[in-house]
Design a protein around this ligand. Structure first.
Ligand SMILES: Cc1cc2nc3c(=O)[nH]c(=O)nc-3n(C[C@H](O)[C@H](O)[C@H](O)COP(=O)(O)OP(=O)(O)OC[C@H]3O[C@@H](n4cnc5c(N)ncnc54)[C@H](O)[C@@H]3O)c2cc1C
Length: 389
């Protein structure tokens, strides 16, 4: 195992800081430098679209602690990689030599079509959240382009602040992620909170100022605050031309390996599934677990933990529903009800693994407090023959 030398982590957020902490936890006592392009100390993003946006939690609560024996350099952008000389090239011209490299540059908000010119807002970072919170305070109506988890969390926050909210998406919200039963639960709760949901199959255009238009020009929503939540784009530009395989992200193997001396983790990393397609899993828990796997791999440690060896886990909080999900999504068929019911909006549900391509079933909790490890265990436990119907 490597114990000395200089390890460089590019990206100072969940995956980068998680990897640095794991490297120390595994006993690496050489130098670790973490480079981050944001001006802030590292912070965690999930509260930004929830408690921070509604003002229930201060933005100061999101900062991560970084041990003193890790050199943290913020406001510094990596612009290139000289693999022949093991050097990370920084925007100010500095060349930072590494013995091992962790790529953890995450993702940024995707800005669809004309969004950059149209004065619209989005939510990815701390500055976005603080700005959006300020704009929400004075807005009467809010229009969201994009009704994925992030779009609906922003809609939920805005509705909770008493705003008139319209959400527009190209597809029926959440069905491909949660399946029809849970998507319906969320949309029913959204309607109860006064949120209007519209589907525009041909897409949405943002008209300046404050209008969402369908492609035929018809007006879908008018609002004094328009926000896009249209997915994310991995930050891989600094790796172009380096020979590192980029396919929807930095391609990793199940040990998070990119090259013998390079690993990647978190929202930037993509891994090939059985169908050969490379896919990212841009969720908090994934960033942390890949960070640990990447650190172990970089140090040459034997690890039983591999990407995909445990069910993926993530959560969302919308319209009074705290939903935690583990395993294969969307769930297929009818669930076993372990506790509560969807009607009372307090339920623990398990779907068995379905089909030869799914290693895991699905476990979902709605307003039932359960830890991620317990939920992921539930997603693994149930054999297919135990299906209820
Ligand atoms: C508002 C919001 C709410 C969320 N809520 C949930 C939730 O409820 N549940 C859930 O499971 N997940 C949630 N997520 C997803 C989760 O936060 C991400 O999966 C996680 O942040 C990924 O961490 P990361 O370190 O891989 O990437 P990031 O958090 O994107 O961090 C990457 C860092 O690298 C920096 N960087 C990029 N390029 C460079 C460069 N060239 N040089 C130096 N630095 C660079 C970036 O600026 C950034 O600071 C949410 C995300 C957002 C944005």
């Amino acid at each position: 195992m490597t114990t000395r030398g200089h390890l460089v982590v590019v990206g100072a957020s969940q995956a980068g800081c998680g990897a640095a902490a794991a490297l120390r936890g595994f006993g690496f006592d050489g130098d670790i430098t973490v480079i981050g392009d944001e001006p802030h100390r590292p912070y965690t993003r999930p509260p930004l679209s929830k408690a921070v946006l509604v003002g229930a939690e201060s933005e100061h609560s999101v900062f991560l602690s970084v041990p003193d024996d890790i050199q943290l350099r913020t406001g510094v952008t990596a612009v290139g990689l000289d693999r022949a000389n093991n050097v990370v090239e920084l925007a100010d011209g500095e060349r930072l030599r590494y013995d091992g490299l962790v790529i953890a540059t995450g993702a940024r908000a995707r800005r669809p079509g004309n969004a950059v010119d149209s004065g619209q807002n989005t939510l990815r970072g701390l500055d976005d959240a603080v700005a959006l919170r300020g704009q929400l305070a004075s807005a009467r109506d809010v229009a969201l382009a994009g009704a994925g988890f992030l779009g609906l969390e922003i809609a939920s926050a805005a509705a909770g602040l008493g705003k008139a909210v319209t959400v527009v998406d190209q597809v029926p919200p959440l069905v491909t992620r949660l399946g029809p039963m849970l998507a319906d639960l969320v949309l029913t709760a959204a309607a109860e909170h006064g949120v209007r949901v519209k589907v525009a199959p041909a897409g949405v255009r943002i008209d300046n100022p404050g209008r969402l238009l369908a492609m035929d020009g018809s007006v879908l929503a008018e609002a004094d605050l328009v926000v896009t939540a249209a997915g994310d784009v991995p930050n891989t530009e600094w790796l172009h031309g380096t020979g590192i395989e980029l396919d929807g992200g930095v391609v990793i193997d199940s040990a998070c390996r990119v090259a013998p001396d390079i690993v990647a983790a978190g929202d930037v990393a993509s891994i090939r599934g059985r169908n050969g397609r490379a896919m990212r899993s841009p969720h908090w828990w994934n960033a942390l677990s890949q960070a640990k796997i990447a650190a172990a791999t970089l140090l040459g440690r034997e690890s039983h933990d591999l990407v995909g060896s445990t069910p993926p886990f993530f959560w969302t909080e919308v319209f009074g529903l705290k939903i935690r999900m583990a395993g294969h999504l969307p769930p297929v068929g009818d669930p076993m009800i372990i506790d509560g019911s969807l009607a009372e909006r307090r339920a623990l549900l398990v779907w068995p693994a379905d089909g030869p391509d799914n290693d895991f079933g699905t476990a979902v909790s709605v307003n039932v407090p359960i830890s991620a490890p317990k939920l992921t265990k539930l997603a693994q436990q149930l054999p297919a023959h135990q299906r209820t119907r």
